[in-house]
Write a protein that binds this ligand. Structure first.
Ligand SMILES: Cc1cc2nc3c(=O)[nH]c(=O)nc-3n(C[C@H](O)[C@H](O)[C@H](O)COP(=O)(O)O)c2cc1C
Length: 342
């Protein structure tokens, strides 16, 4: 042991003595979702690859739709796209609504060069889709996909957000009817998501019966857009809408719904891939839900990625790299309780 090594070893021993009192936990703090099996795995042998959206994801992680249409969005989107390329992930763009009529902010969204051949999906809301259908201009969707060199489109279904939004649009038709019309007229891949409120058993069941490329949960438990819109809205009278903020379904609940639906509808299941998102705060959440669900799945995060994507790319790179190390550790040593094959 050279001098420096001796110094580090003695410093570590000192740290142990000093930090012991701060390192106390209680039995009630254990993460009871998992069985910890320290003897039955090793990180080196872990492979996180999964076939998803007709490609290989080298890590089962999705960058959930966020931003565009402002100057800072360009940098955020480029950083996120670069991370997808480097770590073999995929990405949904934030709403590209304005590109349907005006290309002045096109550059915020054009990340094909940064993301390489990784999955990239453009995004509009159900209200815009309804309007495009009404105006007989659904061809604008394939134009949008082409313009961004995207692999398909995400439609976000957000009636509560629109309701809480000052400039919000109210829908004229049931979203499921509008989605079926899109499926009839578009050859590209389609993903359907909420925006942070999730959806109940019946809505999820109807979606799983459609030939969608994937469903993204965007469940309740993380960013809440109904809340965000009410925060933007200073109108005292509209404050009475506040209780709608707490409506919705968590990722945990939606995983259970999905498993029940798979069982209930049997052969009528047409959409077979799920992006579990909404309130995913750590690799342990992602690992737990992707292990528990009975369909091929990856997990998505929005706000967690946002925290690290506004500055230098190196900050995001370090975050993603450590996140993946954690996920490998989880896969090596943790088994979920009530595993799907049990
Ligand atoms: C800043 C920001 C902007 C978002 N913009 C969109 C959007 O344009 N379209 C969309 O489908 N979802 C949008 N979302 C919702 C996310 O895709 C995601 O469903 C939601 O934030 C829940 O994930 P989280 O809990 O990991 O943040 C946005 C989220 C954030 C944080």
């Amino acid at each position: 042991m050279d001098l420096e090594e001796k110094y580090i070893a003695s410093k570590r021993k000192m740290d142990h003595l000093e930090l012991t009192s701060k390192s106390q936990v209680l039995p009630s703090m254990t993460d009871s979702r998992f069985m910890y099996e320290p003897l039955l795995g090793n990180v080196e042998s872990i492979d996180l690859k999964i076939q998803f959206l007709d490609t290989i994801f080298y890590n089962p992680i999705w960058v959930s739709s966020m931003t565009g249409g402002t100057e800072s969005a360009k940098k955020i989107n480029r950083n996120l796209a670069k991370a997808c390329m480097q770590f073999g992930m995929g990405m949904g763009l934030g709403s590209c609504r304005q590109l349907l009529t005006d290309d002045s902010r096109l550059e915020d969204f054009t990340v094909r060069k940064d993301i390489g051949d990784r999955p990239l999906y453009t995004n509009i809301g159900i209200a815009q889709l309804e309007q495009l259908i009404e105006n007989d201009s659904i061809n604008k969707i394939s134009e949008l996909i082409k313009k961004l060199e995207a692999d398909g489109i995400i439609i976000h279904i957000n009636p509560l957000q629109e309701f809480a939004q000052i400039e919000g649009d109210l829908l004229k038709h049931n979203p499921i009817v509008t989605i079926k019309r899109l499926l009839d007229s578009l050859d590209n891949k389609i993903i359907i998501k909420e925006v942070g409120q999730g959806m109940g058993y019946e809505s999820l069941k109807e979606l799983l019966k459609l030939p969608l490329a994937a469903i993204e949960f965007a469940a309740f438990g993380g960013t809440n857009f109904a809340k965000l819109e009410l925060l933007r809205n200073n109108n005292k009278i509209e404050k009475q809408f506040e209780p709608i903020v707490n409506l919705g379904h968590t990722a945990s609940e939606m995983v259970d719904f999905t498993n029940k639906i798979v069982y209930d509808i049997g052969d009528r299941l047409k959409c077979k891939e799920i992006i579990i998102s909404g309130g995913i705060k750590s690799f342990l959440d992602g690992y737990y839900y992707t292990e528990k669900i009975k369909l091929p799945s990856i997990y998505g995060m929005a706000s967690e990625f946002l925290k690290y994507s506004m500055g230098d790319y190196g900050i995001l790179e370090e975050f993603v790299s450590k996140h993946i190390e954690g996920l490998k550790m989880a896969k090596a040593f943790l088994r979920i309780k009530n595993h799907k094959s049990a």
